[in-house]
Design a protein around this ligand. Structure first.
Ligand code: CTP
Length: 411
């Protein structure tokens, strides 16, 4: 049964249950009942084959929500689509996960609501496979399951069961769907962050890239930040299970998998986006925010004039890091800043640590080639001392930082 500490992980949580076509589908009804008893809310997606085994009526009665069966429901504008459904949920569970559903998910096939939702989700997915023993042991199914568990860069799907036993078809062996209390326990563990990923259940806001401060509609002030380090931090935090909002200035990078990206240009927009993303447990401010913006941005293109170039009056931008670090109920538990310095790294980084009020500073010497490069040599400055890290890739720096953050929360 679910341990008391784990069952509390279910209260108020949202589970999207995808029900495939198999005799074990009847057990999905019991999973819903147990979830609801533990205080969790469930919505159900029923595949065409699933509807041969359980009725939409019983699912609607147990979940208290209409059951979604079709990818396209032109008559029902209020129904959630595959994207909204997967965003609504804290966790997606496939029970029973048939060989067909597993094959589709493993190969990126999306031809119905269930498979499309599985491809579109940014949430952890738990599979409860159920099929005939020969099917389960077939190398094709095993290869598909292995593939789903280990998609590089993705969080990977979790699998519960199948159990050994006599099957509905009379054969014996692994293939029976895990029992509902065992599935409930697996759901609770995933929701409680006991899935081996130390930041599951934590939220993070990360800033990255340069800001662009307009002069007029066609010109602006910016800097050479590529955003690579901040994007790598966002990806590394998400890999450890955190729910990450990445506030990005203009860069040419793809959003990391599972990360919600918010595009901004000017520092004032970045500040507003960060404020909107709070509260969060973790803030990592790696953006190269322009210190100044132009006072009185011209509404039309400034033309060359005989009197010579225009003079630009600059005003100071808000310090986003200092604002996030300021004491208050919305202050993240851990605030990490970056310091890019061309001289006196330690002295400057330490001064920033106290001036801005953040908890850690990742300092790097940018006199060496850092902007746009894939490598970085940084020192982590905390209130307990300095920790120089050897030159390594930005991805490795990010993973090390994310692990340090996870250790901090564990402690
Ligand atoms: N930062 C910020 N908002 C600003 C300026 C900086 O959030 N307006 C953050 C950066 O994202 C980084 C840290 O503050 O995490 C240090 O940025 P840096 O540009 O090195 O510091 P400055 O405050 O600009 O200090 P200086 O120009 O004196 O080096």
């Amino acid at each position: 049964m679910t341990a008391p500490s784990l069952s509390s992980a279910l209260a108020g949580r949202k589970v999207l249950l995808i029900i495939g076509g198999g005799i074990a589908a009847y057990k999905a009804l019991e999973v819903i009942r147990l979830l609801s008893k533990a205080g969790a809310e469930t919505m159900a997606v029923l595949t065409k084959a699933g509807a041969e085994f359980v009725t939409p009526m019983s699912l609607a009665a147990l979940t208290g929500h209409p059951v979604r069966q079709d990818l396209f429901m032109p008559d029902d504008e209020t129904a959630m689509g595959h994207i909204e459904l997967s965003r609504w949920a804290d966790l997606v569970v496939v029970a029973p996960a048939t060989a067909g559903l597993i094959a589709k998910a493993a190969n990126g096939m999306a031809d119905d609501l269930a498979s499309t939702t599985l491809l579109a989700t940014d949430k952890k997915v738990l599979l409860a496979p159920a099929m005939n023993v020969r099917m389960w042991l077939h190398p094709a199914v095993q290869a598909n399951v292995a593939r789903l568990k280990g998609f590089d860069g993705y969080q990977g799907m979790a699998v519960v069961g199948p159990d050994d036993g006599v099957m509905a078809c009379g054969e014996f062996g692994p293939g029976r769907m895990a029992e509902p209390p065992v599935i409930l326990d697996a759901i609770a563990r995933l929701l409680a962050g006991q899935d081996g990923r130390p930041l599951t259940g934590r939220t993070a806001v990360v800033t990255a890239g340069p800001t662009f401060e307009p002069i007029d509609p066609v010109r602006g002030l910016t800097n050479r930040s590529s955003g690579k380090q901040g994007y790598a931090v966002a990806a590394a935090l998400a890999e450890l299970g955190a729910q990450v909002t990445l506030i990005s200035g203009p860069v040419a990078l793809d959003a990391p998998v599972g990360v919600t990206r918010v595009w901004v240009e000017a520092a004032t927009e970045m500040k507003a986006a960060v404020d909107a993303a709070l509260p969060a447990d973790i803030a990592v401010m790696s953006a190269a925010v322009a210190d100044w913006r132009v006072d009185g941005v011209a509404s039309g293109k400034i033309k060359k004039a005989p009197g010579g170039p225009p003079s630009l009056a600059l005003i100071e931008n808000p310090d986003i890091l200092a604002g996030v670090s300021a004491p208050g109920p919305r202050r993240p538990k851990l605030v990490v800043g970056f310091a890019a310095e061309t001289s006196d790294l330690a002295a400057n980084a330490r001064a920033k640590l106290s001036r801005k009020g953040c908890d850690w500073i990742v300092g790097n010497d940018v006199s060496d080639e850092v902007f746009g490069s894939d490598g970085n040599a940084v020192t982590l400055f905390t209130r307990n001392g300095d920790e120089p890290w050897p030159r390594q890739s930005k991805t490795q720096v990010a993973r090390k930082l994310a692990q340090r953050i996870a250790d901090h929360f564990k402690a």
